[in-house]
Design a protein around this ligand. Structure first.
Ligand SMILES: [Zn+2]
Length: 146
């Protein structure tokens, strides 16, 4: 489970997928294979008088290629995952999941063609990733992620 904010779209960032279950307004269920998609309004690339070309995401194992950054002004996107109970930050899989998936142990693991995200035709930037380890695997046990 991760928290869901229904009005986040007004703040230039929105959880595009998954959507909350019927009747649920504050949480979404994220399984290990769920693709989590954050949608950013391209306005985030304009900060005061600065304009950026795109968002740079970490080159995790599911990001196909590392693009050349020269001449590009980029905002860096970082997704921090915390245990809702312990407040502990998690950036790798637990020992058991690591053994299951081998070297793809980035947490979260971004899914993209390249590590530089640029706006689509509709003006949105989409950042997709998976959380391939359950919060309940964590010791001490975390019931949810934040
Ligand atoms: Zn795990």
């Amino acid at each position: 489970m991760i928290p869901y904010e229904p009005h986040s779209a007004e703040r230039e960032i929105e959880l595009a997928s998954p959507r909350p279950a019927k009747g649920e307004t504050t949480r979404v269920v994220v399984r290990r294979d769920t693709l989590v998609i954050l949608s950013f309004n391209k306005q985030i690339l304009s900060r005061g008088k600065d304009t950026y070309n795109g968002l740079k995401i970490p080159k995790t194992s599911s990001v196909n290629k590392e693009e050349c950054e020269s001449g590009k002004k980029l905002l860096h996107l970082q997704v921090r995952v915390l245990g809702a109970t312990t407040q502990a930050p998690y950036d790798t899989l637990c020992r058991i999941c690591k053994a299951r998936v081998g070297d793809k142990d980035a947490f979260p693991d971004f899914r993209a063609k390249s590590n530089i995200l640029v706006p689509q035709k509709n003006g949105r930037l989409l950042a997709a990733f998976t959380l391939a380890c359950c919060s309940k695997h964590r010791q001490p046990e975390d019931l949810e992620y934040w």
